[in-house]
Design a protein around this ligand. Structure first.
Ligand code: PNS
Length: 171
């Protein structure tokens, strides 16, 4: 019997971008089941969107994929992965600057669970500069981000818009 691969794509997703969706599409071709997992207790400052809002946006944006589910998790990623019987973690790498942080996380996760592999995937070139942090900042200042995020995110961002306000939160 061939192995069935469950992979976890963890992140903050505040908000999800087309770069995230591009990685999801690529990972969904490789994994039998892909679980997009939103970290609940992120230490990155005040998020713009609640976890529930991010979950709803990701559900809507990934509705077309038959093998993608959306979940949330607390605590260690390796514990969540084990609970889901996942054998791989997917992370997107946009540029060399992402590498150091990603390498450290992958090695720490390997130390915590040697059976869990981290797979790095590169989004399409046109999304290499896209980050959730930049999307929030550009949108708040009136810039057009419609080609860079799913339509549901544009709609939700409009409900949050406060002209001229600094945007807290991170990646
Ligand atoms: O989208 P992000 O913010 O870069 O995602 C970071 C995330 C959620 C993947 C990472 O912070 C994480 O896995 N946190 C869970 C806590 C954990 O397992 N820490 C040990 C590994 S470094």
């Amino acid at each position: 019997m061939s192995k069935r691969i469950t992979a976890i794509y963890p992140g903050t997703f505040d908000p999800p971008t087309n770069g995230h969706l591009d990685v999801i599409e690529r990972a969904a071709k490789i994994a039998d089941t892909l679980v997009v997992a939103i970290l609940r207790n992120a230490a990155k400052g005040t998020p713009l969107f609640t976890v529930d809002e991010r979950e709803e946006m990701l559900r809507e944006a990934t509705a077309g994929f038959g093998n993608v589910t959306v979940a949330t998790f607390d605590g260690l990623l390796v514990d969540f992965a084990r609970a889901r019987r996942a054998t791989a973690v997917i992370r997107g790498i946009r540029a060399v600057s992402d590498y150091e942080y990603e390498f450290q996380m992958a090695m720490m996760n390997r130390k915590l669970d040697p059976d869990l592999e981290t797979l790095f995937m590169m989004p399409a070139e046109k999304y290499t500069y896209v980050s959730s942090r930049l999307i929030k900042g550009v949108f708040q200042l009136g810039g057009d981000i419609t080609e860079l995020v799913p339509p549901v995110v544009v709609q939700r961002l409009k409900t949050k818009k406060v002209i001229g306000a600094a945007v807290p939160g991170a990646e």
